[in-house]
Design a protein around this ligand. Structure first.
Ligand code: HEM
Length: 323
């Protein structure tokens, strides 16, 4: 894994030239790209994004969409309150409202309805684009590789035998599991990770990262690290298989974040389940083929805050009619 940082000779962080450090991604360190107060290099990327994001928000109504989402969420919170469903809590809103009630006499409590609405908004934002882009990448990569798609389908059919299935069945499908991991390794979805800030001074490989430094993980540097992956830039399910075809979990697989204090995706388990269940259902129902005359779909990502594929067309041929 790499640390990208601007670091001056006198051990202070400032605007200046960039250096790259390599650390083993097996080390429990959650510092990957470092920047202090938006200094040069990384800063340029961040500012250009923010500007782009601002333009997007103001020009195509994204801000309006955010407001609309939050207002829908607030209506739902109101409904929960009126129905007093938090007395027998069933969902996130109920549990959160209960927590607000429990802590109403605690002046330090941060539990309030505004935060609840914002949390739900965050879960929606973090959970929709990531999952849908993973699925788009999966279909694109498998349409470009019919051999891998057919092998995955065969394993699914051999093991599940057309019966219904659950997430637990993933353990019985090592090749499918490896393919799904490889999709998310090769086409990691965030251009950079979620920024963090150091709560105290930290020393890392002799470099001082002062308290208050903004730290942005560059997970892609681990996911594509040539020291850890046999063919990092190629789609190769063998990255997650041993010689006997068993699935191998890899520490370098950081698609959901890194760090010893679980600085990872809050929706990881949900995302893994969704991805598996959607993909198995899709592959059972369709064979994804390139449209006539198309030799290969473009595998370059769109460069934005997330990195989905460019829009593409694919033929979804129903399995029953193709057999
Ligand atoms: C394929 C799907 C997904 C991928 C690849 C993904 C990846 C990530 C990554 C890399 C982070 C940053 C972790 C860090 O360094 O702090 C993150 C954060 C987060 N993700 Fe996901 N995610 C996915 C789906 C979801 C879903 C389905 C949800 C919720 C329903 C979700 C909710 C969140 C939240 C709330 C955070 C911020 C956590 C925090 O600030 O501590 N994600 N995700």
């Amino acid at each position: 894994m790499q640390l990208f940082a601007n670091y001056s000779k006198n051990n202070s962080w400032e605007k200046g030239t960039s250096i790259q450090l390599s650390i083993s991604c097996l080390q429990p360190i959650n510092v990957h790209i470092l920047m202090s107060k938006f200094h040069y290099g990384v800063c340029q990327i961040c500012f250009s994004w923010l500007t782009e994001f601002y333009f997007l928000c103001s020009s195509n109504g994204a801000l309006h969409a955010i407001e609309m989402l939050v207002s829908l969420v607030k209506k739902e919170i109101q409904k929960h309150k009126e129905q007093k469903s938090f007395q027998e809590p069933q969902d996130f809103i109920d549990f959160y409202l209960l927590e607000i009630e429990k802590r109403k006499n605690d002046p330090t409590s941060t539990y309030d309805e505004e935060n609840l609405a914002q949390d739900i908004h965050d879960l929606f934002v973090a959970g929709t684009e990531t999952t849908s882009s993973s699925l788009k990448w999966a279909i694109l990569l498998l349409a470009n590789r019919p051999d891998i798609q057919d092998k995955t389908y065969k394993e699914i059919e051999d093991v599940l035998c057309s019966s219904s299935f659950s997430y637990q069945d993933l353990k019985k499908l090592p090749y499918t599991n490896a393919v799904l991991h490889e999709i998310q390794r090769l086409k990691y979805l965030l251009l950079i990770g979620v920024p963090r800030q150091t709560a105290k001074d930290v020393k890392i490989r002799g470099f001082l990262i002062p308290k208050g430094t903004i730290v942005i993980p560059n997970l892609r540097s681990a996911l594509l690290d040539p020291e850890h992956w046999e063919s990092p830039k190629e789609f190769n399910p063998k990255h997650f298989l041993d010689q006997d075809g068993h699935f191998v979990a890899r520490e370098e697989y950081l698609a959901f974040g890194a760090g010893k204090r679980a600085r990872v995706c809050l929706g990881e388990q949900l995302a893994r389940m969704e991805f598996f269940i959607f993909m198995v259902n899709l592959l059972r129902a369709f064979r994804f083929q390139l449209p006539p005359g198309v030799k290969e779909l473009n595998e370059e990502p769109v460069a934005a805050i997330t990195t989905p594929p460019h829009p593409y067309k694919v033929c979804a041929v129903p399995r029953c009619s193709s057999s």
